[in-house]
Design a protein around this ligand. Structure first.
Ligand code: ADP
Length: 196
């Protein structure tokens, strides 16, 4: 069973994915973190991704799809994963569906994190003081936001058209409250649609 955490930069997907991942023993697959690890390791992928991430742009769909296909093929991903940061474009969403169909898997639910833009800005500012992430600068944030609106927001329409289950999560609340609302959506357990 695949759970997708979807929302704008700073909406808290990563934070919630960590909590839910522990609770359900499911791998947290964060494409942003995977890319940051590649950058840290100085790999070929990392060298390609670094300047794009730093400017707040998106990595090519081709590369992202290859990365995810490889990750979802790992043994620990066979009973489901929490996908955080992917898909981020409609072509990525489409490729993911095809990939899952080939392997007899399905998306159980898309959790859409709803947070007002003012709050997002504040969170990114605060995070930039703590984490020193290269893309938390004001300039990169503007670009990430633009990419989100142009390329990522349409992903929700894609899932609506496909009839995929989408649940709206009020992300403008304390961390524990957001976790509670996700657990309520799950009814204490992960939605049982799909094989794995
Ligand atoms: P955010 O906190 O902005 O949601 P992430 O940690 O998920 O950030 O991702 C950081 C950066 O990694 C993105 O701004 C983008 O450059 C790159 N990235 C992550 N996932 C994808 C993806 N699915 N497609 C393209 N680029 C991606």
């Amino acid at each position: 069973m695949i759970t997708i955490l979807f929302g704008p930069p700073g909406s808290g997907k990563g934070t919630q994915a960590q909590v839910i991942s522990k609770r359900f023993g499911l791998p947290h697959v964060s494409t942003g973190q995977m890319l940051r690890d590649e950058v840290g390791a100085g790999s070929e992928v990392g060298r390609e991704a670094e300047p794009i991430m730093k400017s707040g742009g998106l990595i090519s769909d081709d590369l992202m799809v290859r990365i995810i296909e490889h990750r979802l093929g790992q043994p620990d991903a066979q009973h489901g994963v929490l996908l955080d940061g992917f898909p981020r474009t409609v072509p990525q969403a489409h490729e993911l569906d095809e990939m899952l169909e080939r392997t007899g898997r399905e998306i159980g639910v898309v959790l859409f994190f709803d947070v007002p833009e003012e709050e997002l800005k504040k969170r990114i500012e605060r995070r930039s003081e703590i984490d020193h992430r290269a893309d938390d600068t004001p300039e990169a944030y503007v670009q990430r936001r633009r990419e989100y609106e142009e390329k990522s927001a349409p992903v929700i329409g894609y899932y609506e058209d496909r009839g995929t289950r989408i649940e709206y999560v009020n992300g403008n609340a304390p961390i524990d409250t957001v976790t509670e609302s996700i657990l309520t959506i799950f009814g204490g357990q992960l939605p049982a649609r799909g094989v794995a």
